[in-house]
Each structure stands twice: as C-alpha cells, then as structure tokens.
Design a protein around this ligand. Structure first.
Ligand code: UDP
Length: 479
C-alpha cells in the first residue's frame, strides 16, 4: 500500500487547505491512501476543528487521522507572544512523536511522500533522515513563496527592522513592496516570529519540492523568478508544483440553508457587495461604525459579516477561539439596521463565503486579502476591494492591485484606520457598472476565473503538476 502523509498546522484554515490537497490527490489517484498527522490540541481551537475532523473521517474513508501523543509540555504556551509562535513550538516539541509515527506507518505502507505545512518545518530533518521525500504545501500564493525564499537574502542585506524602514523592497517577481507591507510576523527583527519565519525560509529549498495552492497563469511573474533561482540566489531553485485553486468544499454541520443565501436570492443580479474579513479579522467598534457610515452613503446593497471587536490583551488562552457573537445594536450607528433593512443584510460572525461569492446577486467583495479568500473570489469571478489586516495580506494587496489588477485599494491612515469616505468611494467604484476602474477589474477577474477552471481540467496546468508529482513519487517507490 502507498500512502502520503500530510502534516498540517492545526488551525482550521491551514487544516482545511491540507485536507483539500489530500482529497485532490485521492480524486485523481485513488490508489493512494492519505494519513494526516495531528499535533495535540495545544490551544483551544473551538469545536469546529473536532467537528471537521469527524466529518472528513466519516465521509472520506481513504483519509485517516493519526493523532500524535499529547505527552509534551503545553502549559507554558500561554506566555508565547503569538499564535504563530505557538504553532511552531508545538510542532517542534512533537518532533520525536512525528518520527515514531513515520516509522510506524512505514512498517505497513510505503510512505510515498511527506507533505508539511511551513509551521511544521522542524519535522524536515527527521523525514530526510528516514529518506522520505518531503514537500512543503504552501497554503498562500506564489507571491508569498517568493518572499519566503528571498527572506534570507533580505535578512543578510538589511540590518534594520522592516517596521522602521521607509523604503520599497525589490523582491524578484513582485512589484516594489513597501517595507512596512511585509508580513506582519517579520516586521520586527527582534522577535521570535521573525526567527521562526527565517528558519522556514532557510529550510524550504532543502525540501524535495514545494506544492503551492495557486495556478500557473495567475502568478506567472513570481513563479518564473522562483524557477530561475532569483529568489534564493546562490542556492538551487526548489521544484515548485502549482496544484490550485484548491477551495474548501461546503461543510455545514447544521444542514439548513442560511438566511443570508435566502436573502441573496431576492436581490438583483450582481447588485450586492459582500464584506468579509477571514477567520480572524476583527475591527474596533469605531471602525465598524465608520464602515457602516461608508456603506450607507454608498447607496449599494450589501451583505456584511460582523464580528465582535477584539477584547484586548490578557485573553491569551482564548486567542484561537472565535469571539462571541456581536451585539449589533451597540456596535453599529443608531438606526443603521433600520435605515438599511431593505438593501442590507448583516451576518453575525460567519457566512458561507464560497456560496456567497458564487451567488448570482454578488457583484463585489471587500476582502482582507487572505489567500483562500482571494482564490475563492477569483474562481467566482468577483472583483475585489483589498483591505489587508494581518499575516501576508498587506503585500497580497500590493500584488492584487498593482500586478494582477484584480482589486481596488482601500487606503488606510497611518494608524490603520479607514474613513467612511474611503469605504464609500471604493464600494461605488467597484459596484458602479459604468466606472472605468470597475470595468477593467471585472474584465481581468473574468479572464482569471476562466483560467482557474482551465487549470483544474484534465490536461490543465494544475492537474499536470499533480500528475508530475505522482510520477516522481511512483518512480521513487520503484527504485
Ligand atoms: N470564511 C468563511 N466565512 C467567513 C469567514 C471566512 O467561509 O465568515 C472562510 C473563507 O471562505 C476562507 C477562509 O475562511 O476559505 C479564510 O481563509 P483566508 O485564507 O482567506 O483567511 P484567513 O482566515 O486564513 O486569514
């Protein structure tokens, strides 16, 4: 029996992407089985992860979850500075168990490949020693991968923290990136996050290859730069396989069709702007009120997912848990919900984004630029307004606006606050069918949407990349 072992980071976004990769492999190459290693639940990710794992285990029999033992120290993790640093640390502490798991699985099956999330990079030396071909699965785009691979060069050449620099960084394959738009975790060189990301960047080219959730024609420039070795000068360019877009399939534990979709059914074609900011995007009360003012003034129909504002520091053990449902009357301007009831719909905390984006009534998307959201919008052919909040989203915005021409840019003030006028202006430009900027973006997004479909068809670039991987793995097994 041939199995592929996947090792995701357990936060729900990374887990879902990795499972989708497993399902994609199985769909095209059903002779494999998939084993997914799960680190112990070091942080409370809520019931959604457990429910999701149960759902996959019961619906996809060729996928098995292998839970690593929980006898590693976890008590001190609350003192860690960020969710990312916890993810790295838990993977690091689980290393002996990962090795034993790989050895154990290898007794009854041939491990054709071991595919790791970048948060699990500390497993690489183990699998290398066991001579198991090891690949990264990059859940963000090739533009982010280019930054990762070029990061050691930036680190060598620059002595200042990105946050203190007022320059444009020249990264191969990307438009000029303002230093302040670098990934949030690496803005300050004195942090544990910076160190962790630097070691991933150094490790990545030592893998057997990098599988990326993107498609060739979406990110030609960064992919060319990576393959020409420009992103890791002096080293070997790692083989890169673009197998996307892999999107989360709809998973609705409750079953019933949500009210927001029923509301969308009643709206005219392409008339609604959708506002949603990922699994972690939160705004202050002041910012929520400002968005409301901008939306109301725009006059357009809207579907808006609202979460409770952050509760501030001191709540670390709950940092992976979704916040409680928001109190809309307290958070939104007085009378807003009444005044907009015939053209607006507010969803508390979570909407079925993929279904919303694919609904005929949706004509635009204000997004935080998380990579899954970008791919979902591209596939649905929905133009975007880019409003980044965390992780790599700020340079995703630069790429989306300046290079890909798929989004308008939401401009914030120096303190990150976005005023109502800016919200109103962008919504109008995006939604107005006569706006020149809107027209251009709609045209490009339509083309990319077609290209995404073509990539996932038999003979398309993403299917061919998967076939190539499978050939390499099978060849390895027969040697
Ligand atoms: N998502 C959703 N409903 C929401 C918020 C998010 O379905 O209300 C999904 C979205 O469709 C995407 C994922 O959560 O698949 C968010 O991933 P992304 O990479 O965009 O952002 P992240 O949450 O990782 O910052």
């Amino acid at each position: 029996m041939e199995t592929i072992v996947l090792y995701p980071s357990p936060t729900i976004g990374h887990l879902i992407s990795m499972v989708e990769l497993g399902k994609f492999i199985l769909h095209h190459h059903p002779s494999f089985t998939i084993t997914i290693l799960m680190v112990p639940p070091a942080f409370n990710t809520g019931s959604s992860t457990a429910t999701y794992i149960h759902h996959i285990s019961t619906t996809v029999p060729s996928i098995t979850f292998h839970h690593l033992p929980s006898n590693i120290p976890l008590d001190d993790l609350d003192s860690f500075p960020s969710t990312g640093s916890i993810s790295f640390e838990v993977a690091h502490r689980s290393n002996p168990h990962v090795r034993r798991a790989l050895e154990k699985i290898s007794v009854s099956a041939t491990v054709s490949a071991f595919i790791i999330d970048f948060f699990c990079t500390s497993a690489l030396p183990n699998s290398k020693e066991l001579k198991i071909p090891t690949y990264y699965f990059h859940t963000s785009g090739a533009c982010d991968l280019a930054v990762f691979l070029y990061f050691p060069t930036l680190h060598r050449n620059i002595r200042t923290s990105f946050k203190d620099m007022n320059t444009i960084l020249d990264i191969p394959g990307l438009p000029g990136i303002p230093a302040s738009d670098m990934k949030r975790p690496v803005l300050d060189r004195e942090t544990r996050d910076y160190e962790n990301f630097l070691s991933v960047s150094i490790d990545m080219p030592n893998s057997d290859g990098i599988i990326v959730n993107t498609f060739e024609s979406l990110e030609t420039k960064p992919l060319t730069a990576i393959r020409e070795g420009k992103c890791n000068p002096g080293g070997d360019a790692p083989p890169v396989f673009c197998v996307g877009p892999l999107l989360a399939t709809t998973f609705r534990p409750g079953g019933a069709r949500p009210d927001c979709l029923k509301w969308l059914d009643l709206q005219p074609s392409k008339s609604v702007v959708f506002l949603c900011f990922g699994s972690l995007g939160l705004f202050s009360e002041e910012q929520l009120k400002e968005i409301a003012v901008g939306l109301e003034r725009s006059g357009y129909r809207f579907l808006w997912v609202i979460r409770s504002p952050p509760t501030g520091p001191g709540n670390k053990s709950k940092r992976f848990l979704p916040p409680p449902d928001p109190n809309l009357d307290a958070l939104l301007p007085a009378g807003f919900l009444n005044r907009t009831q015939d053209r607006g719909f507010v969803v508390k905390s979570w909407a079925p984004q993929v279904e919303v984006l694919n609904h005929e009534s949706v004509g635009g998307f204000v997004t935080h630029c998380g990579w899954n959201s970008v791919l979902e919008a591209v596939c649905a052919g929905v133009p975007m307004v880019a409003w980044p909040l965390y992780a790599e989203q700020h340079f995703n915005r630069v790429v989306l606006v300046e290079d890909m021409k798929l989004a308008l840019r939401m401009n914030e003030m120096a303190n990150g606050f976005v005023v109502a006028d800016e919200v109103e202006r962008n919504v109008r430009e995006l939604m107005d069918l006569d706006s020149e900027k809107g027209k251009k973006i709609r045209k490009v997004v339509k083309e990319k949407s077609e290209a995404a479909k073509a990539a996932m068809k038999e003979g398309g670039s993403s299917i061919s990349a998967l076939d190539e991987l499978i050939r390499v793995w099978k060849r390895g097994n027969s040697n």
